[in-house]
Structure formats: C-alpha cells, structure tokens
Design a protein around this ligand. Sequence first.
Ligand SMILES: NCc1[nH]cc(CCC(=O)O)c1CC(=O)O
Length: 309
Amino acid sequence: MQTASLKIGTRGSPLALAQAQETRRRLMDAHRLGDDAVEIVVMSTAGDRIQDRPLSEVGGKGLFTLEIEDALRDGRIDIAVHSSKDMPTVLPEGLHLAAFLEREDPRDAFIGRSVKRLADLPEGATVGSSSLRRQALIRRVRPDITVVNFRGNVETRLRKLEEGQVDATFLAYAGLKRLGLAHVVTELLEPAFFPPAPGQGAIAIESRIGDARIDALLGPLDHRETHIALICERSFLARLDGSCRTPIAALANVSGDRISFSGMILTPDGREAHEIKSEGSLADAAALGRDAAERLLAQAGPEFFSDWT
Ligand SMILES: NCc1[nH]cc(CCC(=O)O)c1CC(=O)O
C-alpha cells in the first residue's frame, strides 16, 4: 500500500476536523491530487484533555498546539491546520504560519435560549463564556449579567445552553458555519460593538520553514488579503500579549492597497476599555499592528494592568 504523500495534523474536535478536511479538499483541488494523496492525522493535545478550568489559568494558547508542532518538527506530519485565533504569537523554532485560507465571517454570534438578542437579556441573566474578551465585553455593556465559565467544544457548549445551564452564550460565527450550525445563531454582533479576537475566522496552516515541497503545495491556498490582515492582527497581539490574561480584540481589513485596523483592550471587569483605529499601506501591516498596540498601551497607562495581571 502506498502511504500518503502529505500528512495533515489536527486536533480531533469536530471544528478542527472540519478545518483539516477543508484544507485537504483545497490541496487536492489545487493540485489535482488523488484521494489517497493527502491524509489527516488526528492528535490529542493538552488543551483537549483539560476541560475543567479556564484556559487562561492553565497556560493559554500553546496548549492546543505543542504536541502537533512536535509531530511537525519530527516529520510525522507535513502541515498542521489550526484556528488562527488559537495560535500563540511566538511559534517553536523552525516553524511558521505559511498560509491562511480565506477568512470566514469574523463576527461573534450571540446564541440566546429565551431571548434572541443580547440587548433583550433580562436583568441578572446568566451567560456562559470562558473567553476573557467576551466576558469583558459583556460586562462592559451589561454589568448586571452573571458570566459563568463555559468550556468544551462547540457542541458541548450548545448542549449546556439547551439544558438551561445559562440563558445565552457567544461563539464565533465562523466555527458555527463550518460545523453546519449557523442556524443556532440568534444575533450576529457587529465588530464596532463587540469586536472579535485577533485571527478569528481564519484557518492557519503551519509548516516547517524552508520546506520547499510544502511551500509549493501551499502557495495556491494562501489568501493574500487574509494573510496580510493576520500579520497586522498578530503583530498587535504580540506587542500586547505578555500574559494572555488581557482581554484583547482586533480586526484588520484589507481593501485594495490599504489596510484598516481596529483594536481594543479592556480590564476583565469591562469597566475600562481603550480603543484604537488606524490605517496604512499593505507593506506596513506589521508596523501598523505594533504601533496601534504601543499607542493603546500609552493611552491605557501603567495602572491599567496593575490591578489584575
Ligand atoms: N478557542 C476556541 C475556538 N477557536 C476558534 C474558534 C472558532 C473558529 C474561528 O474563530 O476561526 C473557537 C470557538 C469559538 O470561539 O466559538
């Protein structure tokens, strides 16, 4: 039996699998590959095994990627497919994000059980989310609401909502669409009001730096506008993200030869929020993100972080 010429590593959650399958299909279409040319290798990560605590407490983003990255470096797999949002800003030596698939809708979705819209939640309602950003954003507009930590994959969270553990939850619209679950959404939240996480909605493909065969295979899959937007958002995050305990939102948009960016940092209680908007040329994407972060840090001042980091 012939072994596959390309192995894709992924986590085993339904969303991760959907993203790996989409990448596999794109590779096969772009290069007219046969069915057995691209294999999906499912791997378990520490993040998948720890289900009882918020990720920000147990070590953050690397939890979902390290085991897969070891396999990438060892050559057991050739590429790894991730949600860009889950990727740390610093990757293990020798690896890079080589390509980004065209971004899905980056907005957050509100999923209400008894009410359809966030604004209609009754006084003192309970919402489930373990995202620091979503927790801070909701507290900012609705300090009366109780936020409970809510972990597990998308299906688990929807089940907890259905069971009545909470009145509402938030999920990335992109993930719901990829899972065929867009119909559960009761309201889409506009970025100007409820800005998404850096990288939300974009699939990142990680590979070994200097692997010419893989670079050639990934070339046609890389979506230029998404890639440039992600460089900007990730350089914003990199400049801010000392601890991964800061609620951070960011969204860049590429249109023609211009990139526009908006970013926000909040205190976890949502009482203090700082926002920035900027614009530049595509070649300046990384600098634009970094400068925005520096201006926000200056705007927020040193006390901003002192209470809770
Ligand atoms: N941290 C979990 C995670 N990572 C990526 C997505 C959604 C898909 C995406 O943003 O591309 C989700 C779930 C969610 O936030 O609803």
